[in-house]
Design a protein around this ligand. Structure first.
Ligand code: GAL
Length: 404
């Protein structure tokens, strides 16, 4: 081979190698992220030991096998910045890199939390003026996911700079998220592994319209969830109409799961989980994993329901119609399949007063055969047949072959 030919062969080899490197770095969040987050149950009590225990439990309870991958540290991990501005974790987290290594050793990924202001919501140091530096620190620790929460940016910057101009305030907010989006992309490129970018600004100024363009993989659509039926119901209702904004790599986030928390009944836990699956929502459990009851574990690991959430088509479900206190939602799935959720959202309609499902109203013929995803059994649906549902319970059906 002459020198020119050898040089050409070398160039082709280098090009092929770098193409493989790009392909190897597959894009994140092609289906809604699944995992666990410390806030809903532990809030400020989260520490290194608790995160390790959560990672252990995700494996031991079968949640990892069911698809839960991210172990996310929420607020209160942050310590002080050193003289060069580098953020350090506080005494609850003695060695973030070692913790990330531990979580990774379980085949899981690790997430962290900050915000664009000077302080997080719990009053710990946030990223204002240190965005690039923080993104690099996270990447060096091996962090795979960042939840970025507006919090003090409202007073620190928006209110201070433009007290009387809401539109200008929103521009500042969007610019702050854009800044961190860019910083994460740069840090990811440098360190060779992607970081999921989760926007938490409570749905202000329609983030679904602008967050995907600045690298957002998910964005909160509402205020904080609570472990009460009313909160779950209100949040779910506010998702109607947002379905067109979700898709692979970018998802509406109706907030983390409360399954297993508070005084939610089993029916409410089932409905909450199913509804989030219909909404193609991120499934981030937020319960006390070491003390999880078997029936809660069974809900969180229902593979059929998870398959609805994780459907590769990535089409968020929509509200089809309501009849009094009963709501019908549908979700188109890959291969022409369809999920139907019939939810008794009220507290006054008793199971002895059945609901009659109108198949024509959801574009279907009068006879359907599918799978009831909570009994695991085959179900035949006939037009207008009576369906008895206790208060806050759900019928969730998958039709692999809907008949017109
Ligand atoms: C809230 C956020 C919660 C949690 C909390 C931590 O703003 O919505 O999910 O992260 O801050 O302080």
């Amino acid at each position: 081979m002459n020198f020119r030919l050898r040089f050409f062969v070398l160039l082709v080899a280098v090009a092929m190698l770098s193409a493989t490197a790009v392909i190897a770095q597959s894009p994140v969040a092609q289906t809604p992220p699944m995992g666990w987050n410390s806030w809903n149950y532990f809030a400020g009590k989260v520490d290194d030991k608790g995160i390790r225990a959560a990672a252990d439990q995700i494996v031991a309870t079968g949640m990892k096998d069911a698809g839960y991958i991210y172990v996310n540290i929420d607020d209160t991990w942050e310590g002080e910045r050193d003289a060069s501005g580098v953020i350090h974790s506080n005494a609850k987290f003695p060695d973030m890199k070692a913790l990330a290594d531990y979580v990774h050793s379980k085949g899981l990924k690790i997430g962290i939390y900050s915000g664009p202001g000077t302080k997080t919501c719990a009053g710990f140091p946030a990223s204002l003026g240190h965005e690039e530096q923080d993104a690099e620190t996270y990447a060096e620790w091996g962090i795979d996911y960042l939840k970025y929460d507006l919090c003090s940016f409202r007073d620190d910057v928006m209110q201070k700079q433009d007290p009387d101009d809401k539109a200008a305030q929103m521009k500042l907010m969007i610019a702050a998220y854009e800044k961190m989006g860019k910083a994460l992309q740069a840090a990811s490129a440098k360190n060779g592994h992607p970081i999921v970018f989760s926007l938490c600004q409570y749905g202000w100024d329609s983030p679904w319209e602008w967050a995907p363009a600045l690298g957002g993989n998910l964005w909160r659509t509402t205020g904080d969830i609570q472990a009460r039926w009313q909160s779950i119901y209100d949040i779910a209702s506010q998702q109607s109409g947002l379905e067109k904004y979700a898709g692979p790599g970018h998802w509406n986030d109706p907030d983390m799961l409360e399954v297993g928390n508070g005084k939610l009944s089993l029916a409410e836990n089932r409905t909450h989980f199913s509804w989030w699956a219909m909404l193609a929502a991120p499934l981030l459990a937020g319960n006390d994993l070491p003390n999880m009851k078997p029936e809660v574990n069974a809900i969180l690991t229902n593979r059929d329901v998870i398959a609805i959430d994780q459907d590769p088509l990535g089409k968020q479900g929509k509200h089809a119609y309501s009849d009094g206190e009963v709501e019908v939602w549908t979700r188109e799935l890959q291969g022409g399949a369809l999920a139907i959720a019939v939810i008794n959202v009220g507290s006054d309609r008793y199971s002895t007063h059945p609901f009659h499902l109108d198949l024509a109203r959801i574009g279907l013929g009068s006879q359907q055969t599918g799978k009831d995803l909570w009994t695991g059994k085959t179900i035949n649906l006939t037009n207008n047949e009576p369906i008895e549902l206790p208060s806050h319970d759900i019928l969730l059906v998958r039709l692999d072959h809907p008949q017109s």
